[in-house]
Design a protein around this ligand. Structure first.
Ligand code: C5P
Length: 242
């Protein structure tokens, strides 16, 4: 049982951007609402994050077309999963996060941003990211890049960036809230929010502020395609994820 927001101790606010169209998955249901063993992916994700010590608030940004359905039909399940507020998302991920930042309570010294479709983030990793962000201002989970990376145009390879030093970045990304707000305000002033902004740390980097990295674990899967969904089900069935 997850306590009501006002009763939860802590100073970490969580933002879950879940307003994407989910075009890559196919089907009519948006990705966050697709069920994984009887529970919408979004709620599985929120339940996991609500169990992290210090997290007292979870704001989800939803596609505007989903808000009424969510409030009328899913609100009880949302509350039971630790969600405290739902807001309308924007035209791109960064706009959705910015909308959620507007309603984040002033008690949130730290703000974490986590993709709705990553239900398997390990609690110990999230705790470590929170501790690191408290010390250094910003912290992101990364995983090694084992494949060689190519840039292509159509079906033609145009470039092979050096792999040394490259990693993949995951979520949750954790920030001191004042730093994240400053980074968003700077981005809005200088180029605006667009779909080119694919994570939050890049806005903090653009300020010239330090972003610390730690290993995020192999099973923090982002469920983006139908094959990711099959993999997620297989991880659950094999007991490799919960
Ligand atoms: O498109 P991408 O996979 O990077 O999306 C990452 C997350 O951002 C997803 O959880 C998606 O629902 C969310 N998103 C959003 N608002 C948008 C586009 C994406 O909240 N307009």
């Amino acid at each position: 049982m997850i306590p009501e927001a006002a009763d939860r101790a802590g100073d970490v606010g969580m933002i879950i951007p879940a307003a994407g169209l989910g075009e890559r998955m196919g089907g009519s249901l948006r990705k966050p609402f697709i069920e994984l063993e009887g529970e919408p992916i979004l709620f599985r994700t929120c339940r996991r994050l609500a169990s992290v010590p210090g997290v007292f608030e979870i704001v989800v940004a939803l596609h505007p077309d989903d808000l009424d359905f969510f409030r009328d039909r899913l609100w009880d399940r949302a509350l039971a999963s630790g969600v405290t507020l739902a807001v309308a998302g924007g035209a791109c991920r960064a706009e959705s996060v910015w909308n959620a930042l507007q309603v984040m309570s002033a008690r949130a010294e730290l703000t974490a941003v986590h993709d709705a479709v990553r239900p398997f983030a390990a609690v110990d990793t999230v705790k470590a990211l929170i501790a690191l962000a408290r010390r250094r201002g910003a912290a992101v989970p990364v995983s090694p890049m084992d494949d060689t990376i190519k840039r292509i145009e159509g079906d033609r390879v145009t470039e092979t960036p050096r792999r040394l030093g490259l990693v993949r970045v995951q979520t949750p990304q954790v920030f001191r809230s004042d730093l994240l707000i400053e980074a968003y305000e700077y981005a809005i002033r200088t180029g605006g929010l667009s779909a080119n902004i694919t994570d939050d740390a890049q806005l903090v980097e653009a300020l010239g502020a330090e972003v610390a990295a730690l290993h995020g674990g192999a099973f923090n899967l982002k469920i983006t395609s139908a094959s990711d969904l099959r993999l997620a089900r297989a991880l659950l069935a094999a007991g490799l994820a919960q």
